[in-house]
Design a protein around this ligand. Sequence first.
Ligand SMILES: [Zn+2]
Length: 160
Amino acid sequence: MDNLNMPVMANTSGESHPSVLNVFKCKCPRCRTGNMFVEANPYKLKKTMKMHQTCPVCAQPFDLEVGFYYGSSYVSYGLSIAISVTTLVAWWVLIGFSTQDNRFFYWMAVNGIILIGLQPILMRLARSIWIAFFVRFDPNWKNIAPEQPERINKDHMNAW
Ligand SMILES: [Zn+2]
């Protein structure tokens, strides 16, 4: 057997390569294994946005700078648009629209209810996607310490 073509950072732990899709499970972007949120169920609303300060698996900080997650509102907005387009197309195909009746307004109402109902999931997902823009997956996370954020102000942590 010729091992010359093996990747340099071969995964020797025997674990399967964690999927990039773990971003949808709100996993840490660096190790794709640790949970970002303390409570598994997003519908326990008092704890929906309660996050670990660092990844429980690889110690990656989740608060990269003061107000870091303000930017996630753009992601949240994009997700809401994507869902609205999806329900619009589904409604168009399954129910249809007409200028003769109020079907368009029924769609708006139903879409609004869906968006509100999904809010806890969307808010978490927006944070998970947002931090994945800034923190890359590191296949060697077990051996290398995570980068520490520079602009953290401990006094302001958890102020939002
Ligand atoms: Zn991690």
